[in-house]
Ligand binder design. Sequence first.
Ligand code: PAF
Length: 284
Amino acid sequence: MNIAKRKNDLKFGGGPNNLTHGFVPTMGALHDGHKELIRTARADCEFLTVSIFVNPTQFAPGGDFLEYPRTVEQDITALRELKVDQLYIPATDEIYPQGTMVNITLEPIEHLLEGAQRPGHFSGVANVVLRLFNIVRPTRAYFGEKDAQQLIVIRKLVTDLHLPVEIVGCPTVRDSDGMALSSRNVFLDPEERVQAKSISRGLFAAQDAFSSGELSSDFLRDVVRKELEPNNLLFTEYVSLCRPGSMDEVLGECEEGDILSVAVRLASTRLIDNIRLRNRPGSN
Ligand code: PAF
């Protein structure tokens, strides 16, 4: 595996010989969710680049940038086992050279939901992803559906700026107890972990109600809230049911494909999860 710390050390940066060049950008601390993205990309692409860059611009001032888990040696071993061709680990001043002026913003979606809770976060994501795409120049890039709003933001970035890259969304990977995998799960103590399971339980209960014919968005949000409420360590930031694309909150009846999402805090750990509503009776 080629390990490039500077962009000039990257191989196949331009995707020569018309190779399908897959790209999985990450912030490291790789878990099975990342590994599944990488396996999908590996199966799809002739040449595969993964990046590890903990992007400062997507963390709020005073957020968990410094505490974000960093496990580079372990990640390198995993990437070799996954037969990744190339790892790009840039320094911050390569991605954001001194005097950088260009700043991508996405109105209004960067201010909705996750964006309202984390001002500047999606602008930070869009800024780093655009720069990484321009450096790595992949033909396809892979992102998890767990970060549903991030995926929407990236698709919008690519469409609006006519970027020559295909975005592939990959399903959320869950533990056997239903909990979505996240690099932040390692911060949960055993009691917090038990309470965190109410997130996916709530989402699945709402999905069951939807596929049994319940279309009221208020009702489905309440199904989730009722699972979350009894947990005394858990603070709910939002339970949302929104329409993909515009990300407008659904006020009346839900449709197939609407996104039900949750953000909570458990002590100092922030967790998010979502599902797309599926199998509305009569939808096939
Ligand atoms: O999802 C992530 O890990 C990050 O937001 C990303 C896409 C690598 C950008 O820093």
